[in-house]
Design a protein around this ligand. Structure first.
Ligand SMILES: Nc1ncnc2c1ncn2[C@@H]1O[C@H](COP(=O)(O)OP(=O)(O)OP(=O)(O)O)[C@@H](O)[C@H]1O
Ligand SMILES: [Mg+2]
Length: 271
């Protein structure tokens, strides 16, 4: 049975699309049949991060409007055989994404895939609620700053109210993914610390992704960061988060821990 994940945040630009591509690729690397879906109508971006923008012929809206069958719109990843993308449309008409249309596409996808990863648009409007509607679990992407944490709190409220799970009286599984985390800035007090965010949101921690230029480099190559440079700090943090998402019991590595090991190995250099 397919597991549906929504990658959501409330606030824009916190790393949802980066995360969708990274965890989609990491799941596929584990041998799972995975599809990533872009719900950001008008602002499609996931195809770029996946390096598939030139291969989009039909998109999500074409399928909903009956212009294409679902298999025609599923783009197979060129690196991983069991990873697929359903791209968003560039139409300005956000109402083209209908509840019935989304329900129908999700039902079809659930028959073929192990994991369905939905990239939510920013905000708390229709697009975001449609992206979370079918989810079994939510990855709440949050940056360590007050406005992002506040918007994540609003999204958590929606996850408990506006989803099919909520309608059935079931509990939505929620995971906090702290992204763009900079240990030095957190230590200086310029950013919230992990514990501060956990205290405010009180949902379990899935992982902490460090701020890193490797993410931008991967995005410019059109390659999910977990594939572009698997040994990079953000790729390792994403892979670890995916192991946890898949139910493995692994402790969360904090970005600061690694620096600690590095310091211990090489000691402090004399000035
Ligand atoms: N860990 C990271 N380190 C450095 N840069 C990052 C990191 N994660 C994301 N970014 C950068 O932040 C920007 C926004 O990321 P992304 O597009 O994934 O966010 P989003 O939440 O999907 O945005 P939107 O709300 O507009 O859809 C991008 O330029 C991306 O490369
Ligand atoms: Mg996005």
């Amino acid at each position: 049975m397919a597991k549906v994940i929504v990658v959501t945040s409330g606030k824009g630009g916190v790393g949802k699309t980066t995360t969708t591509a990274a965890i989609g690729a990491a799941l596929a690397q584990r041998g799972e049949r995975t599809v990533v879906i872009d719900f950001d109508v008008g602002l499609r971006n996931l195809d770029l991060v996946m390096g598939a923008e030139r291969r989009v012929v039909y998109d999500f809206i074409n399928v909903i409007q009956g212009d294409a069958k679902l298999p025609q719109a599923l783009i197979r990843d060129k690196r991983l055989d069991n990873l697929f993308l359903l791209a968003a449309s560039q139409t300005r008409d956000k109402d083209a994404l209908t509840t019935e249309g989304v329900d129908d596409v999700m039902e079809q996808l659930k028959r073929y895939f192990d994991w369905i990863v939905c990239d939510s648009p920013a905000g708390i409007e229709r697009g975001a609620t449609l992206a979370m509607r079918h989810a079994d679990a939510a990855v709440v992407v949050t940056n360590p700053e007050v406005s992002s944490v506040r918007d994540s709190d609003r999204i958590i409220g929606l996850l408990d109210a506006k989803t099919q799970k909520a309608e059935r009286g079931e509990r939505m599984e929620k995971h906090l993914l702290l992204t763009r985390y900079d240990v030095n800035r957190a230590e200086r007090g310029d950013m919230l610390k992990v514990d501060d965010v956990l205290e405010i949101l009180s949902i379990p921690l899935l992982g902490v992704i460090p701020e890193s230029t490797d993410v931008l480099r991967a995005s410019n190559l059109g390659t999910p960061v977990t594939l572009a440079d698997p040994r990079s700090a953000p790729a390792m943090a994403y892979s670890e988060a995916v192991r946890r998402l898949a139910g493995e019991d692994v402790p969360v590595t904090m970005p600061g821990d690694k620096r600690g090991i590095f310091d211990k190995l090489f000691g402090r250099r004399a000035a």
